[in-house]
Design a protein around this ligand. Structure first.
Ligand code: GTP
Ligand code: SPV
Ligand code: MN
Length: 594
């Protein structure tokens, strides 16, 4: 434990409000974790799966009304409303503390309060940051044990300091109407109440490592981004690193763990995973930008994960994993989800825990008829991942050659293009858009602007965030090049044109060749497009040079229609949109009209 007065006083205060029956400190030991798993199984909170098929694996179901992040109930509570900006929901801090205190009062009665000291990053390293999460959920404890670095060494490293993020979580009554995910960046505090789901309650992840960290990054001169980090190892043994920001459920985990196509494997290409969701970026003493993954595990989308699409992710989940809201196969006490294989279990419970009839599956009503919820997830240890980078535990991270933005766009965005400068790349990030997914509550498939894939995760004013990007560009001596990709263009029948997954390496190869000036490109109104013959299609079935030509065409009409939408969005972000970005937008429009 600890003698730290700030920590002890804060826990006393929180316990006086929530009134738990007892307080248990999580020490990161396997003995304690195993006892908690047993307790969760005895109450039905978790189900122990077939230990021959899935050793150390468990199933958990959340409440039916609590299956995704709730952006409408997520708040940035800065003293001034304009510091949170128009894109974030805002409540004045004093009012928010008062409102939530009522909900927390007595919310842990009859329950245990667990104290989880955790680190984002390698404990004791220069770039690590620490948090303590108080929670009344064993499920949260067990997930945090996988997703972060937990234990007494964290308390020792915090020492007497007040420098840690104070996180309070209570499931309370899981009342949807009173669900709040609130951030107080000026107080290093996160309060979450009435949810038990993923990003709402694993406070180290989106709440700390993105919302609070982005705020700290702006103050301290670094960046916290919704980005995967991967290394491409060339046949000569050299490895180049790429960071990519795609919105939730748009392919970060898949790209981070990609398996090179056969022709690339034969030549000796390998891809290594450093992170699949969050990157903390800092300028190294060598003048390059370095990326570190603050997490210790993966909280990945289950549906669609299979032996072909992502065998590395599947392998990662075969031991010590927690599955949330997937389908329970009662014949062998294992798990299943849509897209795992073509054999849905006949004797199974759906994600709600009801008897499931796979013959009733209806694509038009996935939530109502699927075995696994579309946003069902696995929580798995990074160290299980067969393609985990040797640099995963390097506290400094890895040097970044390219930053890639991307989203789901059925039409407008081409397969890949390169920005013309850091400023133009920041603009490209700021105008990103994507069709919404099941990762957040609300309608699915609606195009919305999602700058840098950070719309739900920026802990301050979006305009100031863009200004921070521009400012960083001015002080990184050897900045990465910035690109945009879209794996999701569809034909008239709605089928994806680009095969995606492992074949995305073909696009990464072009991107990295551009970073080293090894390949030419065509300058278009939106930026540099590949010459179609420079995308390697060797060994690809059904993709010809004409397919690539089609994928890299820029339809001026749909881009001009987008410009109007971007203008509206900039207006919504408001008067802190940097003048440079307005200028970039006007120039883009002029080029498209020329
Ligand atoms: P979060 O964990 O929510 O941040 O999501 P993520 O960005 O890590 O997304 P993930 O890799 O889990 O992919 C989500 C969905 O996109 C899955 O259903 C995948 O099958 C699908 N997907 C990923 N990559 C591709 C691709 O290259 N092409 C196509 N067509 N689908 C893809
Ligand atoms: C996302 O929604 O981007 C996720 C899952 O990575 S959650 O942890 O719920 O935010
Ligand atoms: Mn994510």
């Amino acid at each position: 434990m600890t003698k730290n007065k700030y920590i002890l006083n804060w826990i006393d205060e929180m316990a006086a409000m929530t009134k738990p029956d007892k307080i248990v400190w999580i020490d990161g030991s396997e003995t304690q974790a195993e006892a908690l798993r047993a307790e969760a199984c005895s109450t039905g909170e978790m189900i122990k799966l077939n230990q021959d098929l899935l050793p150390g694996c468990y199933l958990h179901r959340t409440a039916v009304n609590d299956v995704a992040r709730v952006e409408g109930r997520t708040f940035i509570c800065t003293s001034k409303k304009e510091d949170a900006g128009n894109i974030n929901n805002w409540i004045a801090p004093a009012e928010c503390y008062a409102r939530l205190s009522k909900l927390y009062t007595g919310s842990m009665k009859g329950r245990t309060m667990y104290v989880i000291p955790y680190s984002m990053g390698i404990v004791g390293s220069e770039f690590a940051k620490y948090g303590i999460e108080l929670t009344d959920s064993i499920y949260v404890v067990l997930n945090m044990l996988i997703m972060t670095r937990v234990g007494n060494d964290v308390l020792e490293t915090i020492g007497d300091s007040a420098d840690y993020i104070k996180g309070l979580h209570s499931k309370a009554q899981l009342d949807e109407e009173n669900r709040y995910i609130c951030h107080f960046p000026e107080d290093n505090t996160i309060w979450s109440v009435n949810s038990g789901y993923g990003g709402n309650v694993l406070l180290g992840k989106k709440c700390f490592a993105l919302r609070i960290a982005s705020y700290l990054g702006r103050k301290e001169g670094w960046m916290a981004e919704h980005m995967l980090i991967l290394g491409v190892e060339y046949p000569n043994g050299e490895t180049k690193y790429v960071c990519a920001a795609f919105p939730s459920a748009c392919g970060k985990t898949n790209l981070a763990m990609l398996i090179p196509p056969e022709t690339y494997r034969k030549k000796g290409f390998k891809v290594w995973t450093v992170g699949d969701d969050i990157a903390w970026l800092r300028i190294g003493s060598d003048g390059r930008l370095w990326a570190m993954n603050p997490e210790n595990g993966f909280f990945g989308v289950a549906p669609g994960t299979n032996d072909k699409s992502n065998p590395n992710a599947l392998a990662t989940t075969r031991e010590g994993a927690i599955f949330t809201n997937v389908c329970h196969n009662l014949d062998n006490n294992s798990v299943w989800w849509e897209g795992l294989d073509k054999n849905p279990p006949h004797n199974a419970l759906n994600w709600r825990g009801e008897k499931w009839d796979y013959t009733k599956y209806d694509k038009a009503d996935k939530v109502g008829t699927s075995g696994a919820h579309p946003n069902s997830r696995f929580t798995a240890k990074a160290t299980n991942c067969p393609c985990l980078s040797a640099e995963f535990n390097n506290p400094a991270g890895v040097p970044v050659s390219a930053i890639v933005f991307g989203g789901r766009r059925a039409r407008t965005a081409p397969l890949v293009y390169q920005s013309t400068s850091w400023q133009n790349g920041t603009f490209v990030g700021s105008i990103m858009a994507s069709e919404t997914t099941a990762a957040a509550a609300g309608a699915v498939g609606v195009v919305r602007r999602d700058p840098m894939a950070m719309r739900p995760f920026v802990g301050y004013n979006m305009g100031d965030y863009w200004q921070h990007w521009l400012d960083m560009g001015k002080i990184i001596p050897h900045a990465p090049k910035i690109f945009h990709v879209n794996w999701f263009r569809t034909d008239d029948e709605g089928n994806f044109i680009w095969p995606g997954f492992g074949d995305n390496l073909r696009v990464l190869e072009w991107i990295l060749a551009r970073c080293e000036d090894k390949v030419d490109a065509n300058l278009s109104p939106i930026g540099y497009l590949p010459k179609p013959e420079d995308i390697n299609i060797e060994g690809l079935d059904g993709v010809t040079i004409d397919t690539i030509k089609d994928l890299v065409t820029v339809d001026k009409e749909s881009w001009l229609a987008d410009i109007a939408n971007i203008r509206d969005f900039y207006a919504l972000v408001g008067d802190r949109v940097p003048a440079e970005l307005h200028k970039e937008l006007n120039q883009l429009e002029a080029r498209l009209k020329a």
